[in-house]
Ligand binder design. Structure first.
Ligand code: PXP
Length: 247
C-alpha cells in the first residue's frame, strides 16, 4: 500500500480550558486555529461537551464561519448535539461516548449495542454531506457495526496503548498489533481510518507506522508542549515525529 502523509487534526479544547479557568476572552481558540494552519496542521478538532467545560457554542460557530481549516466536531449522541451539527455543518462529526464525570473520553462508542438508534441519528447528518466518524475500540465487531450503519470513518481509540506506553508496560506492543489489525480490517472494508487519544511526541511514531491510518487527532500533548515551545513549535515537532515514523 502507498504511504501518504498522515493528516494532523489539532484538538484545541484546552486552549478554551485555560480561557475558561479565568473567565477571560483569552487565549482565543480562533487565534489558535490560525496558528495551527500556519504551522502545517491539517484540521481543527473540538469537542463540544454537554457541560461546555472547554469549547463553547460560540467557538464552534466562529470556527465554522472563519473556515480556517476543516472542522471536526466531536460530540455525544444527543438530540442537542445533532441539532447543533445540522445547524453549523462542520466538515465532519466524530461521535464519542460522553460521561459528565469523566476527565476525558474514556473508551469507545459501543456501536454494536446501538445499531438502529445510531443509524437514524446519523442519517440527517449524512444528508447534509457532513462526514461521520465513530470513535471506537479496535474490534472487528465494532468496525463491522460502524460500516453497517453507514459511517464514513472510524477513529481508533489509542488511549489504552498510550496508558501502557507511559507506564512502560511492554503489553503496549500487543495493543499496537491489535490497533494495526483493526486499521487494516477497517480499510479493507472501505472505511477511512483515523486514530487518537493520549498520543504524545514519544508515542505517536508507533501509530504513524500503520499505513492505513489517514488522520491523527491530538490535543492534550500538543497544548502541553506549547507551554514550553509555543503552539507553532509544538505542532511542527509533532508533524515531524509523524513524518519520521511514516517515511
Ligand atoms: N480523538 C477523540 C475522539 C477525542 O475524544 C480526543 C479527546 O478529546 C482526542 C482525539 C484527543 O485526545 P488527546 O487530547 O488526549 O490528544
Amino acid at each position: 500500500m502507498r504511504l501518504d502523509e498522515i493528516r494532523l487534526g489539532v484538538n484545541i479544547d484546552h486552549i478554551a480550558t485555560v480561557r475558561n479557568a479565568r473567565g477571560t476572552s483569552y487565549p482565543d481558540p480562533l487565534m489558535a486555529a490560525k496558528i495551527v494552519k500556519e504551522a502545517g496542521g491539517d484540521g481543527i478538532t473540538a469537542h463540544l461537551r454537554e457541560d461546555r467545560r472547554h469549547i463553547v457554542d460560540q467557538d464552534i460557530s466562529g470556527l465554522k464561519q472563519q473556515n480556517i481549516l476543516p472542522l471536526n466536531l466531536e460530540m455525544a449522541v444527543t438530540n442537542e448535539m445533532q441539532k447543533i451539527a445540522l445547524d453549523i455543518v462542520p466538515n465532519a462529526v466524530c461521535l464519542v461516548p460522553e460521561k459528565r464525570e469523566e476527565r476525558t473520553t474514556e473508551g469507545g462508542l459501543d456501536v454494536c449495542k446501538k445499531i438502529s438508534s445510531l443509524r437514524s441519528f446519523i442519517e440527517p447528518i449524512k444528508q447534509k454531506d457532513i462526514r461521520v466518524s465513530l470513535f471506537i475500540e479496535p474490534s472487528e465487531q465494532q468496525i463491522d457495526a460502524a460500516k453497517s450503519i453507514g459511517a464514513d470513518i472510524i477513529e481508533l481509540h489509542t488511549g489504552y496503548f498510550c496508558d501502557l506506553y507511559e507506564k512502560n508496560d511492554k503489553n503496549y506492543i500487543e495493543v499496537i498489533k491489535t490497533l494495526e489489525k483493526a486499521a487494516k480490517y477497517a480499510f479493507k472494508i472501505g472505511l477511512e481510518v483515523h486514530a487518537g487519544h493520549g498520543l504524545t511526541t514519544e508515542s505517536v511514531g508507533y501509530i504513524s507506522k500503520i499505513c492505513e491510518i489517514k488522520e491523527l487527532n491530538i490535543g492534550h500533548a500538543i497544548i502541553s508542549d506549547s507551554i514550553f515551545m509555543g503552539l507553532r513549535g509544538a505542532i511542527e515537532t509533532m508533524k515531524q515525529k509523524i513524518k519520521e515514523a511514516r517515511f
